[in-house]
Design a protein around this ligand. Structure first.
Ligand code: 4GO
Length: 248
């Protein structure tokens, strides 16, 4: 899968993509990332990418012409791409969106804006989908593009070293994660729960599911209502509720 990015700050992407899992995915040619500097598609001496807003108001607006030139140049190879603009006005990104994008398997082109906004005609003519990574405002679309690339890439087969961790993840997907522990078994008087040291795989699975449900009830009850829980889960939930009553 290929990711193209248009930005006025191409250097932002180097350090993140040159570490660890994404670096290896690029080396293994499972994913490819190409970063384009928007200023390379300007025609004036000062490589201008912004201008004053029509109608007045604070901040600058990104000019349409460099985006049109950049996207036309990038798309000249004839390879179909989905063009995505990052903005707080977009559809909110989540794991379901990441999953379907990783499955659809078409190459993606990200348009990263800066300043106040991008000229509306870019969205009108060039953008297939506007995406937001959450209800907050950032100084640019670069971090959202990295967030989206990261979450899609790790779902592509071969990117994570251990494919089992994705399988386990899909089992618990929809509710929060259970608590994790590693050695030592006791640290500053804090003990790892005995069941995790017991070697009893069935008991461990059950404990993890119950603790995941406990956290979800406490921190994200909205996910319990949305989630597709099993009869076993509801049994665990009533156990959790009884434990809570006892602690009063
Ligand atoms: C995306 C872009 C927030 C998001 C952005 C987000 N802020 N929530 N800022 O995904 C145009 C100029 C938008 C700065 C950009």
């Amino acid at each position: 899968m290929k990711f193209d990015i248009i930005t006025i700050f191409p250097e932002i992407f180097n350090s993140y993509l040159n570490e660890s899992i994404l670096k290896r995915a690029i080396e293994k040619k499972i994913i490819e990332v190409k970063v384009y500097n928007l200023r390379d598609f300007t025609t004036d001496k000062h490589r201008t990418v912004d201008d004053y807003p029509y109608g007045g108001g604070a901040g600058m607006v990104m000019k349409p012409e460099p985006f049109f030139k950049a996207i036309e140049t990038i798309k000249a190879d004839g390879v179909p791409r989905r063009t995505i603009m990052l903005s707080p006005q977009g559809k909110v990104f989540n794991q379901d969106v990441a999953f379907s994008m990783s499955k659809e398997n078409h190459d993606l082109l990200f348009i990263c804006g800066r300043y106040e906004a991008i000229d509306e005609r870019v969205r009108e003519c060039l953008v297939d989908e506007e995406i937001s990574i959450g209800d907050y405002i950032l100084t640019g679309g670069e971090l959202p593009a990295l967030v989206i690339i990261d979450s899609i890439a790790r779902l592509i087969p071969g990117v994570l070293g251990d494919e089992r961790s994705k399988e386990e993840e899909s089992f618990t997907w929809g509710i929060l994660d259970y608590p994790h522990y590693t050695r030592p078994p006791e640290f500053r008087g804090l003990r790892v729960p005995d069941v995790l040291l017991s070697g009893n795989h069935k008991d461990i699975l059950l404990w993890r599911r119950k603790e995941a449900l406990r956290r979800t009830i406490l921190r994200r009850p909205d996910l319990i209502e949305k989630g597709s829980l099993t009869d076993e889960d509801y049994k665990l939930i009533s156990e959790i509720r009884e434990e809570k009553d006892e602690s009063y």
